[in-house]
Every structure is written in structure tokens, then in C-alpha cells.
Design a protein around this ligand. Structure first.
Ligand SMILES: *Cc1c(COP(=O)(O)O)cnc(C)c1O
Length: 222
């Protein structure tokens, strides 16, 4: 068994079956990703457009690529051929751009709204009010090559589990509030992308449906 397979088996044994694992493969070369693929992993996450478009064509086409990093509108075109889900939608402009290129590619891209839940200034993301503004857009239904599938957030980088718990709890509340205000009866709005290697256990306890984990599977990044 390869190391990735051992790490994945250990991770999976500690989380519920319905929780999806995105293996964050940023900085990992294609050969390492292939070993993870051989261990059965099909879902990988990248946070830089250039890195994704360099690596994806070299790897099996049944890999499900998730884009998890900050995305500039001028990079959307390049990543659309590869991605299944974009976790980091933080503006209407970006959503429109994703829709535009997804339409040209005859794809429908699942998108998550990224929220700012951490105390750090540097983390990207929307406030509830900003998200509500986007979701009130009159012609939003016209964007039929994107599906708003849920929310994403990153907790503060801290060892204080109480802070992390509170932040993930906040994201779950935001999810429920959005669901009842904008997505009643919409089965597609169901994902909570929260939790990384250091805080996925807290995230899963707080209702995460997708965890984005890199170092716990691949080992520490160099
Ligand atoms: C790098 C990254 C992760 C994974 O980080 P690990 O600590 O290696 O698990 C998750 N989400 C985002 C947005 C990232 O950039």
C-alpha cells in the first residue's frame, strides 16, 4: 500500500461516509498525484489557475478537479475545461464570467460562495449581506451554466479549537439562512466546504460535507 493510500484510509475511517474528501494537490507534481490516483482518489483540489492548467492535461481525464483558491476573472477561461467545482466564488462578476465560459464549453459548473469567517484580514470571502445581494440579482436564473451548490469558508489559523468551532458554526448558520431565504426546495444547494488538515475534525462535527485536505494525505508541503 502506498503512503497516500494509508493516509487516506486512516482519514476516511475517522469521518462519516457522506463527507467528500478533496485531496489538495497544490505543489505536488503529477507523479505524486498519480500515486494518489492509483490509491483510488479521484477528486483533487488546486488553488492556482496556472498550476492546474499545467498539471491537469498530464493526468487521467476522469479526475474531478476542484478549484479552491482565489480566482481572478481573467483566469476563468483557462480553468473551465478542467474544473467540476469552484469553491471560491466571491463576486457576481466572477459568477457571470464562469457562466459565460461554461456555456461555451457546454458545461455546468458547481460553484460555492466563499465566506469570510476568520478573524484574519487576508482571507477572501463574502459577508452574508454581500452574498444576499448577489442572490437577489434579478437575472440570476439566466446563468444556467453555473449551479450555486453551497458555501465555503476557511477558519482562523489558530490552535484554539473554540475559535475554529465558532467560525465553522457561523458558516453553517449562514448556509441555513441562505437555504431558507433563497434556495427553498432547491436540492442542489447542499454543500458546506469547510475543514483542512488541521481542523477537519472540528469542521465535520460542525456539519461539513466537503473537506479540503492536503498535508494530512500527501505529507507536509515543501
Ligand atoms: C492549501 C489549502 C487547503 C489544504 O491545506 P492543508 O493544510 O494542506 O490540508 C485547503 N483549502 C485551501 C483553500 C487551500 O489553499
Amino acid at each position: 500500500m502506498n503512503i497516500f493510500a494509508e493516509n487516506l484510509a486512516r482519514l476516511r475511517s475517522g469521518i462519516p461516509e457522506h463527507v467528500k474528501v478533496v485531496a489538495v494537490s497544490k505543489t505536488q507534481p503529477p507523479g505524486i498525484i498519480l500515486k494518489a490516483y492509483a490509491a483510488g482518489q479521484r477528486c483533487f483540489g488546486e488553488n492556482k489557475a496556472q498550476e492546474l492548467i499545467n498539471k491537469a492535461p498530464l493526468l487521467p481525464s476522469d479526475i474531478e478537479w476542484h478549484f479552491i483558491g482565489h480566482l481572478q476573472t481573467n483566469k476563468v477561461k483557462q480553468i473551465i475545461p478542467y474544473v467540476t467545482m469552484i469553491h471560491s466564488v466571491d463576486s457576481l462578476k466572477l459568477l457571470r464570467e464562469i457562466n459565460r465560459y461554461a456555456a461555451m464549453a457546454h458545461k455546468r459548473i458547481r460553484c460555492l460562495l466563499q465566506f469570510h469567517i476568520a478573524t484574519e484580514e487576508t482571507k477572501y470571502g463574502l459577508s452574508y449581506e454581500e452574498a444576499a445581494e448577489i442572490l437577489k440579482t434579478p437575472d440570476l436564473e439566466m446563468l444556467d451554466h453555473v449551479e450555486i451548490a453551497g458555501v465555503m469558508g476557511m477558519a482562523t489559523f489558530t490552535d484554539d479549537k473554540e475559535i475554529v468551532t465558532a467560525e465553522f458554526h457561523t458558516l453553517h448558520q449562514i448556509f441555513h439562512q441562505l437555504k431558507s431565504s433563497f434556495f427553498t426546495g432547491n436540492e442542489g444547494f447542499k454543500e458546506l466546504s469547510m475543514g483542512m488538515s488541521d481542523d477537519y475534525q472540528v469542521a465535520v462535527r460542525e456539519g461539513s460535507t466537503i473537506i479540503r485536505v492536503g498535508s494530512i494525505l500527501f505529507g507536509a508541503r515543501v
